[in-house]
Design a binder for this molecule. Structure first.
Ligand code: MD3
Ligand code: FE
Length: 212
């Protein structure tokens, strides 16, 4: 646990290549929430199915040139929304700027995301342990932004069977994942019920990626 990044207690390298920026998104809160509303109005949140036919508990949508999708054919990134057949909504400037700034604060310069996955959790929604490996270049980090209700994130190792650590995340926290931690297994425990003053009964997580 290395806490000396910038000597700022809000910037922790919690594992090699994983930097927690507590509250980093709060300065842009209003712009981020407006952009989430605009994106979900044009590409509504929906439940996708795993390649094995299970309905995912998390509801999701995307913005940016590429979006992550899952169906019977597998997991992949594609340029169009399978519901509408239209391109995903443009990546809001507020998302791109925050991601570039957070990546730079964590030591990853010139991060230019081309995909943003928007995940929505409600009471009881969980995300089981998995790796993110549909992106082309694993040397590029992933920036995740937590908004709304708090959640407990599970950080595993490079093998599914590795022990997991629990990390509580709240509204405005930003995490940057890269380097040796890019392929760690991770997940989210079932969300506890609650009411967030701005987002109500939900948690929204943005993951900004260089997918293509
Ligand atoms: C660690 N989302 O969308 S974000 C996902 O809170 C996903 O919605 C979670 O896992 C959520 O794939 C967690 C944090 C995250 C994202 C990517 C990672 C952690 C990661 C990639 C490698 C290691
Ligand atoms: Fe993931």
């Amino acid at each position: 646990m290395n806490q000396d990044l910038f000597d700022d207690p809000a910037h922790w390298e919690i594992a090699p290549g994983v930097t927690l920026l507590r509250g980093f998104a709060l300065a842009a809160e209003a712009a981020l929430l407006d952009a989430v509303a605009a994106v979900t109005a044009s590409a509504p949140l929906r439940h996708m199915f795993t390649p094995g036919g299970l309905k995912m508990a998390v509801a999701l949508t995307n913005c940016g040139p590429l979006g992550w999708v899952s169906d019977a054919a597998g997991y992949r990134y594609q340029a169009s929304d399978p519901v509408s057949g239209q391109p995903w909504p443009a990546l809001p400037a507020a998302f791109a700027q925050l991601a570039t700034q957070a990546a730079a604060a964590a030591g990853f310069g010139n991060f230019e995301p081309d995909a943003c996955l928007v995940n929505r959790y409600q009471a009881g929604t969980r995300l089981s342990l998995h790796q993110d490996r549909n992106e082309r270049d694993f040397s590029q980090p992933i920036v995740s932004v937590s908004l709304g209700l708090p959640a407990v994130f599970l950080l595993g190792g490079l093998q599914r069977s590795d022990k997991t650590a629990r990390l509580p995340l709240s509204h405005g926290d930003v995490l940057v994942w890269g380097g040796p931690s890019r392929l760690r297994f991770h997940g989210v425990l079932p969300l506890s019920a609650g009411t967030h003053p701005l987002l109500g009964d939900q948690r929204i997580n943005l993951t900004l990626r260089r997918a293509g």
